[in-house]
Ligand binder design. Sequence first.
Ligand SMILES: [Zn+2]
Ligand SMILES: [Zn+2]
Length: 366
Amino acid sequence: MRAAVLHEHRRPFAIEEVDLAPPGQGEVEVRLHASGVCRSDWSTVTGDTPSPLPAVLGHEGAGVVERVGPGVDTVEPGDHVVLSWLPYCGRCPHCTSGRLTLCDVAAPALLAGTLLDGTTRLSLDGRLVHHYSFLSTFADRTVVPEASCVRIRRDAPLRVAALVGCAIATGFGAVVNRARLAPGSSLAVFGAGGVGLSAVQAGVLSGAGTVVAVDPAPARRALALDLGAAHAVDPGDGDPAEAVRELTGGRGADCAVESSGATGAATAAFRSIRRGGTLVCVGLPPAGASVEFPGPELVRDEKTVMGCLYGSCRPHTDMPMLIDLHMAGRLQLDRLMGAVYPLDEIDRAFADMLDGAGARTLIDLS
Ligand SMILES: [Zn+2]
Ligand SMILES: [Zn+2]
């Protein structure tokens, strides 16, 4: 397979022919068509998120099942699939209580650089290469756990489907699954990349009264307004929490979603919510980072702070539903696509992401 291999932190990717072993028990080989680039990949490039190297990164992909390993019975060759970077066992206490993103088997192994059995299917001239988040989508094919394969309708565009696999499920789920936003509520979204703009659209679809997007990139603020936000705030213009309070009648937002993971953003988002309001944090801060909230305000104002991994999604339920909403014209998921690059220009794709150009940059693997 042709893949972008990261050998060292903060170095360009190397495009190489990587050997891919056949799918083992409970595993599936997928011919990838598209992969998004996500800030979580970048955190691994920089070393802020520890995951073993060399590795094939990428965790937001879609494609077509090529062959299946022994014991696989939920997908078959030819099926179109979105890849979920957090498989689940379906049997542990978290899974059986519906908290699939906390699966006791898959979640602890997320950054181990292996598949679920603790080994890899990737090698380069006989040397071991690691997986990333069980998926490794910066490649033209991959082997993944069966539980990472979410079958979708065949008429859905695979580029949009790729983005459903991380950004869209995460942003949508933060609003719908975690905050359970009530109609008429005000929503502030900090960070208007692929995750934040999915949260904006989820807010609009949920009947939010007012949606305010906060982002330093002018193009992203414009896109947020196009996708239904009533206001877009440039944090460079002054305290964004104050701006959100002003735009919500002086009270503060009923709910805020922090999608950037940037230092200080969660604190600003906390300050932007009303007394009794809810903050959902989905943007991942660097390993070791702490987040500060003013203690008296937390208590006196009875504010709620929630962590949210992967939109607290149930992949096999939520992802086909998101695709259906898009195909019915209710979610404009194609508007989240920025530039599309071939695999050998992956470094440019990351440069776009860091520049805030477009919502989500894609790699074409078809
Ligand atoms: Zn991601
Ligand atoms: Zn489980």
